[in-house]
Design a protein around this ligand. Structure first.
Ligand code: NAP
Length: 292
């Protein structure tokens, strides 16, 4: 199969390119400058010319706080270009998997969010992604919209690497304890993508690791597991603070756990717990000199 991966140099996209290549697919992963999501018309023309069987859209404007000041760019990339990709797929007969986020929800629920729960984004980023989901499904009703959350992996910048860096320098850590979600490893997301693509699924799916924690709980687990694996960890404690003590330009949901019941029957194996996946990611990071 000819698979176009947009955002193929991002933290998730890098993993997607690697896995679909390993599975023997012909993978096309143009650099952002070759396929600019700030130019939806140019993007559509370039994508049509590539004649892909599948488009996996991992490109996104992901700077959640900066988006509050750059809403034009966020909406162009996350809504307009995502929608144009889907329109192009509809014209060329390609299938499409579009990646979305838990930040489409307002976090007021006390049970995990299902695919049919009404979104209510709190930030520009969340709004732009939610409108992107709708634009994709309007143009290509058979598309897959895969919502995930709290993504980390060995490639790119993320919370795990930030915690390891700070703990390695022995600096104090104060981390919010009243935002609850599910840390999710890129390698697990890619396995879910492969399963959905192989089965030619369609519609909205939620996928995260199993379980839930706060950012503070996640930070404590990172330090504990990294220490056990032999990383240099000089900071021993993480102070739990409320969101009010760590103000950010964008408002984040207090609770954004995603319900994964719908996707489970499609998967080849049970969903791992977030802590087991964290350990596996740390082992991979330890073995990868180029990943820092
Ligand atoms: N990170 C999370 O915690 C999280 C949580 C839930 C869902 N998601 C979703 O997961 C998907 C992948 O996110 P990620 O974590 O892998 O983010 P990422 O590392 O920031 O990757 C985003 C990708 O989009 C590309 N991109 C940005 N602006 C572009 C433009 N104008 N034209 C073309 N490409 C452009 C980036 O290229 P450059 O790096 O060269 O700019 C990068 O390859 C996104 O849909 C995101 O909304 C992420």
């Amino acid at each position: 199969m000819r698979v176009l991966v947009t955002g193929g140099n991002g933290q998730l996209g890098t993993e997607v390119v690697r896995e679909f290549g390993r599975l023997g697919h012909e993978v096309l992963a143009p650099l952002p400058e070759e396929m600019d999501f700030l130019d939806p018309d140019g993007l559509a023309a370039r994508v049509a010319a590539l004649q892909a069987d599948w488009i996996i859209n991992c490109a996104a404007y992901t700077q959640v706080d900066r988006a509050e000041d750059e809403s034009g760019q966020a909406f162009t990339i996350n809504r307009d270009s995502a929608g144009r990709l889907a329109e192009t797929a509809a014209k060329t007969g390609a299938r499409m998997l579009h990646v979305s986020t838990d930040f489409v929800f307002d976090g007021k629920q006390t049970r995990p969010y299902r695919e049919d729960d009404e979104p209510g984004p709190l930030s520009v980023y969340g709004c732009s992604k939610w409108e992107g989901d709708r634009a994709v499904l309007a143009a290509l009703p058979g598309a897959i919209v895969l919502r995930t959350a709290w993504v980390y992996g060995v490639h790119g910048h993320n919370f795990v690497k930030t915690m390891l860096r700070i703990a390695g320098e022995g600096k104090p850590l104060r981390v919010v304890d009243d935002q609850v979600g599910t840390p999710t490893w890129t390698a697990d997301i890619v396995q879910a993508m492969v399963a959905l693509v192989d089965a030619a699924a369609s519609g909205v799916f939620h996928f995260t690791a199993a379980g839930e924690t706060s950012w503070c709980g996640f930070a404590r687990a990172i330090l504990a597991e990294a220490d056990r694996l032999g990383f240099e960890v000089k900071t021993r404690t993480v102070e739990a603070i409320p969101t009010s003590e760590y103000p950010t330009p964008a408002t984040r949901p207090h609770y954004s756990v995603l319900d994964t019941h719908k996707i489970r029957p499609w998967l080849a194996s049970p969903i791992p717990s977030w802590r087991d996946s964290l350990i596996n990611m740390l082992k991979e990071l330890q073995a990868c000199a180029d990943c820092w």
